[in-house]
Structures are given as structure tokens and as C-alpha cells.
Design a binder for this molecule. Structure first.
Ligand code: UDP
Length: 238
């Protein structure tokens, strides 16, 4: 199969169908724009499983995702989309770059969710941008930007309710969307939803259960990813 794209955590291959791609989840972990790099055994398997379970949950709530069907431990078939170069971050609690930018303490609960947009460009370090930048750089139309924000807030409601029910606080998360091949009109959720792209805190202990364990050298990275997976699986299966 022809490799179409290789990112930091995933690979996309062409299939015999022009409208379907194979998405492979890699074990590579990176942070700080690729400066910190490691192999984390089983990460691909855990993130694939978690993404799939969360896509299913969201599809039931009426959110359209790129997921088509499962293949094996680390691969799934997804719709071919043109990725919109705007990363959408939704935040419920202050952490990471929001703490740095505002001076608010990590852990401060926001009175309402904040939706932010970042330019998906590694060479620039994914800078924060607003809707004027998006329009002038022609990254997305105004309608599309509104749609990305609307869908992100709906997804935030659905995921927050779900994660609260399994004792996990959904602090913040990053989403990517794509325009569906071949006419590129419909915008759907693409990419992954995993501890690599979300901040999860245990409600009881406050323990971090996400990529911050890797970024901040807290240890037990994959063990906490697996803990998230176990809780999600238990909730979905029961
Ligand atoms: N995030 C991501 N990819 C990125 C940047 C951020 O998945 O390239 C996620 C990150 O894991 C967190 C949220 O988006 O859940 C907000 O990240 P933040 O802006 O605080 O940046 P960071 O502290 O990760 O630099």
C-alpha cells in the first residue's frame, strides 16, 4: 500500500478505494514540537482502541466522524478527507499553554468552555490564531470555522458527561476536522481522540492520565493510558 502521509503518531495509506484510507497508530511519542521523542510500547494499540470507542460514542450522539471500520490492533479504515489546517482546542479547566498565556493557575475551573484555534503548521510551532487569521490565510471559510466551533462544543458536552461518569475530568482536548472526498463540502471529525490529544485528570486523586505524564517526565505513561482505556471499555460494555 502506498504511504500517503506520515505524522508524528500516525501513518495514512491509500487503499484500493479512492475514498478510503488506512490509518495506522504508531508507538512513537513526541512532545515540544518533536524535540522530545520516545517509543512507548502499546501506545498505538491503546490510542486506536480509545479513538474507536469514542468515535462510536460520538456517532451515537449524531457527530459524524471519519471512521468507517476496524481492521486490527493498530489500524482502521477511515474516509479520505482534506484536513483543515486549523486545530481546535476546547478547554474546561486551565492547563498548559492557557495557564502560561493568562496567568490563571493550572486547575482553575472555567465558568464556561473556551474554544481556541491554532494554525496546524509544525514549522511555525502550531501558533494560536483567530478567525481573521484563518480568513486571510484562507485556511477555512467563515461557515466552516463556525461549524468547527459548534461541533467542538457539542463534542465537549458529550465527552464531558461521559468522562465524568467514569471518574475522569476532561480538562481540555484538541480536535481536527476534514472536508470529505470527493467534493470536499461536508466537514467531519477526523484524526484521533486519545490521551495524546486530551488532558484527563482522575477526579478522585487529581492524577494526570494523559500525555502530560510524558511531557513532564511523571512516569507510568502507558499504564495511565491503559487505565483510561479500561474505564472507557468498562463503561461501554456495561
Ligand atoms: N494538543 C494536541 N496537539 C498539539 C497541541 C495541543 O493534541 O499540537 C492538546 C493537548 O494535549 C491538550 C490541549 O490540546 O490536551 C491543549 O494544549 P495546550 O495548548 O495547553 O498546549 P501544551 O501545554 O500541550 O503545549
Amino acid at each position: 500500500m502506498k504511504l500517503l502521509y506520515e505524522g508524528k503518531a500516525k501513518r495514512l495509506f491509500e487503499t484500493e478505494r479512492p475514498d478510503e484510507l488506512l490509518m495506522e497508530f504508531k508507538d512513537d511519542a513526541t512532545a515540544f514540537n518533536g524535540e522530545k521523542k520516545e517509543q512507548l510500547e502499546n501506545k498505538g494499540r491503546v490510542n486506536k482502541k480509545l479513538s474507536l470507542l469514542l468515535y462510536n460514542l460520538l456517532e451515537k450522539e449524531g457527530i459524524k466522524t471519519h471512521f468507517i471500520r476496524d481492521v486490527d490492533e493498530i489500524n482502521m479504515i477511515v474516509k479520505r478527507v482534506e484536513i483543515i489546517l486549523v486545530e481546535v482546542v476546547t478547554r474546561n479547566v486551565v492547563a498548559g499553554s492557557l495557564a502560561k498565556r493568562t496567568g490563571l493557575k493550572e486547575g482553575h475551573v472555567l465558568t464556561e468552555p473556551i474554544v481556541e484555534t491554532y494554525y496546524k503548521d509544525d514549522s511555525l510551532g502550531d501558533p494560536l490564531i483567530n478567525s481573521d487569521h484563518i480568513r486571510v490565510l484562507k485556511l477555512a471559510s467563515e461557515d466552516e470555522v463556525n461549524e468547527l466551533k459548534r461541533q467542538s462544543l457539542t463534542i465537549n458536552k458529550d465527552l464531558t458527561a461521559f468522562f465524568t461518569s467514569i471518574g475522569i475530568q476532561l480538562v481540555d482536548f484538541k480536535l481536527e476536522f476534514g472536508r470529505v472526498y470527493p467534493d470536499f463540502k461536508e466537514v467531519i471529525l477526523a484524526d484521533e481522540i486519545s490521551p495524546d490529544t486530551c488532558r484527563f485528570w482522575d477526579i478522585e486523586t487529581g492524577e494526570k492520565m494523559d500525555k502530560d505524564r510524558f511531557r513532564r517526565d511523571l512516569g507510568d505513561v502507558i499504564e495511565s493510558y491503559e487505565q483510561v482505556l479500561t474505564r472507557v471499555e468498562d463503561a461501554v460494555l456495561h
